[in-house]
Write a protein that binds this ligand. Sequence first.
Ligand code: ACO
Length: 323
Amino acid sequence: MAGRSVVVGVGHYLPERVVPNAEFEKTLDTSDEWIRTRSGIERRHFAAEDETTSDLATRAAEAALADAGLTGEDIDAIVLATSTADLTFPSAATMVQARLGMTKGFAFDVQAVCAGFVFALSNANALILSGQAKRVLVIGAETFSRIMDWTDRSTCVLFGDGAGALVLELQEGEGTPQDRGILATDLNSDGRYKDLLYVDGGVSTHTTGHLRMQGNQVFRHAVEKLAKTAEIALDRAGLGADDVDWIVPHQANIRIIQGTAKKMGLPMDRVVVTVQDHGNTSAASIPLALSVGKERGQIKPGDLIVTEAIGGGLAWGAVALRW
Ligand code: ACO
C-alpha cells in the first residue's frame, strides 16, 4: 500500500476578452501569418483592467471544487503558482483562501514562472505524502498582459491570461505504476540562464518591469530539456514513453510541443494542445490544458499523463500522473 495524491477535481477560467492575432497588426510590424506559423497561437484572452490574478484563480478554484463535489472547507492547503500576483504581499493564494471561505489550513504562492504549475504540483504532492495535508488545491493563475512591453513584437504577441486548478486528495494505492495519482516528479533549475528570460523590474529594483526574452535561445533549451525531464519522471514511475496516453505540455509554442513529442517518439494525437486558443499563459497553461482536455473528452480516468514545462530561471520539470 502507498499513499497517492489523486486528482479528484479540475476546472479553469479564462477572461472574457479574446484578442485575435490580427489585433496586433494595427500597432506592430507583425502579421497573423507570422504569429501562427512561428508559434501556433491564433488568439489569447486578456484580463479586464480591474480583474486580477486572484480573481482568475478563485474562479478556476471554484470550478475545480464543484467538479470534485467539495467546498473550501474541505481543503487543507492551497498552493498557487504565479509570477503575477495581485500584490507584492500577501500571496495570491491567501486571497483565494479568503474568497473560498476557508478559515483553516494554509496557503502560499510558488514562483517558477512557466514551470510554476509543475513545481506547485510536486510541492503539493510532497505536502500530502508527508502527512501535512489531505486535500490540496493546486492552482496556476497569471495575468502576463500586465508585464508585456506592447512595443516589443517578439514577446507581446505570445502571452495570454488565465487560470486552471486541480484538487488533489490523499488516497491509498497499491504502490504500483497502475495506481491513480501522482506517480513521480522531476524538478530542475539553473540560475545561470537568467538573462534568457526575465522581467526587468521588481520590488527591490523600484519598478514592475516588462518581460524580456531571447526567444530563439529559450527555444533551443526547451526542445533539449523537456523530453529529457518527461522521460526522467516516467522512468522514476517505472514507466516509459510508450505507456503515455497524453502529454500535457506547457503551451508556449506549437513547434516546441511538436519537437518534444517527436523526441519522445509519440504522435501529436497523444498531445493535448491549447496554445492556439490561449497563447502562453505561463503557470496557468498546464492546468488549463488538463481542464480543457477533460472537457473535450480526451483525458479519461486511468489515463497516464505526463506534464512538462520550462520557463524563466531557467526552471523546468515534469510530473507523471495517472488521472
Ligand atoms: N512578427 C513578425 N516578426 C517577428 C515577430 C513578430 N511578432 N517577432 C519576432 N520577429 C522577427 C524577429 O525580429 C526576427 O527577425 P530578424 O531575423 O530580421 O532579426 C525573426 O522574426 C526571427 O526571430 P526569432 O526569434 O529567431 O524567431 P523564432 O523562430 O525563434 O520564433 C519565438 C520566435 C516564437 C519567440 C520562439 O523563439 C519561441 O517560442 N521561443 C520560446 C518561448 C518559450 O518557450 N518561452 C518559455 C516560456 S515563457 C516564460 O517562462 C515566461
